[in-house]
Design a protein around this ligand. Structure first.
Ligand code: ATR
Length: 292
């Protein structure tokens, strides 16, 4: 469906587009905030096939939505379709949040902000003494993580990837702070690292687990995963058993949603423990004694 083909909704409505998009939990997040803040509005899932993505954006300004989130596989097409992309979207070559100004499409990418906001909330001071970081993976998610870590002063950023070319592409994009590496380099890199991030799909439900020997890591290593299903991935479990600080990936999903909501509905929402519990309940997870 293109945007302009849909009827106008009764209240200001934003959406998430993707293919597939039926598993997106974004409507739960935005509807929670709308209700909490007492705002008239709605947020829906809007499936858009890859062949339809360009037409969707071309018809956006005359369509029913006030804005949208963009998820896989449309973030690059979205970047190429907006009239104005902000600095972070331009650096990443991908847009995940779109809004309208004077009939023009504006795009940002809030994944990087969501990633660090999650760490700021759940591991405050994580960047007080930034040192070498290790990023596992070199896909779209890694791009946002690398941008964010560079902005917070982590250096060097070792990008460990199965396909070497993709790790090298990260160095081309972000400069010499990025050091491309292979999985075989991990034992050498781990003892110096202050932060380890998994951005690969390994450890995700239905995917092979990611199991790394963290025995040689510093006791102060912070380990985080952008995978949040399961909430505690095999990597985080190994890290916790080793006594390391860990941060799960759910908060990134929650925090990346904040800037879009504020643009569309005019109020900045908060990522609370209640919202976290709501999403966990949808995942069938009951968490004990956790703060947001
Ligand atoms: P996203 O946009 O979500 O980051 P992606 O672009 O498909 O997704 O990237 C997935 C990442 O997981 C890549 O770094 C990929 O490694 P390759 O670039 O070598 O494909 C990594 N990945 C996926 N499955 C993997 C596996 N079985 N072993 C090692 N790395 C894997």
């Amino acid at each position: 469906m293109t945007n302009s083909a849909a009827p106008k909704p009764a209240v200001p409505t934003a959406c998430v587009i993707g293919w597939p998009v039926k598993h997106s939990r974004s409507p739960i997040i935005h509807r929670y905030w709308l209700a909490e803040l007492g705002l008239a509005g709605d947020y829906v899932r809007h499936p858009v096939e890859p062949e339809q993505a360009s037409a969707f954006f071309a018809g956006f300004a005359s369509g029913p939505f006030i804005g949208c989130n963009v998820t896989v596989p449309h973030k690059e097409v979205a970047f190429g379709s907006v009239d104005h992309a902000d600095a972070v979207a331009t650096a990443l070559g991908a847009v995940n949040t779109i809004w309208l100004e004077d009939g023009k499409l504006f795009g940002s990418n809030t994944d990087a902000e969501g990633f660090v906001a999650n760490l700021d909330q759940r591991a405050p001071g994580f960047d007080a003494n930034p040192g070498p970081a290790i990023v596992l993976g070199a896909g779209g998610a890694a791009r946002a993580v690398i941008w964010a870590l560079k902005a917070r002063g982590f250096a060097p950023i070792h990008v460990v990837n199965r396909t070497r070319d993709r790790a090298e592409a990260m160095a081309d994009r972000f400069g010499s702070v990025v050091r491309p590496a292979g999985w075989e380099d991990l034992p050498r890199l781990l003892p110096e690292a202050t932060l380890l991030v998994n951005t690969t799909s390994l450890g995700m439900e239905g995917q092979p687990p990611l199991v790394i020997d963290l025995g040689a890591a510093k006791d102060t290593l912070l380990v985080t995963d952008i995978v949040y299903v399961p909430l505690e991935t095999p990597l985080l479990r190994v890290a916790r058993d080793r006594g390391l600080r860990t941060v799960d990936g759910l908060g990134m999903l929650l925090h990346q949603a904040v800037p879009g909501f504020e643009r569309w509905f005019g109020k900045r929402p908060a990522v609370t423990s209640e919202l976290r519990r709501l999403i966990l309940a949808d995942m069938g997870v009951v968490e004990e004694g956790n703060a947001a």
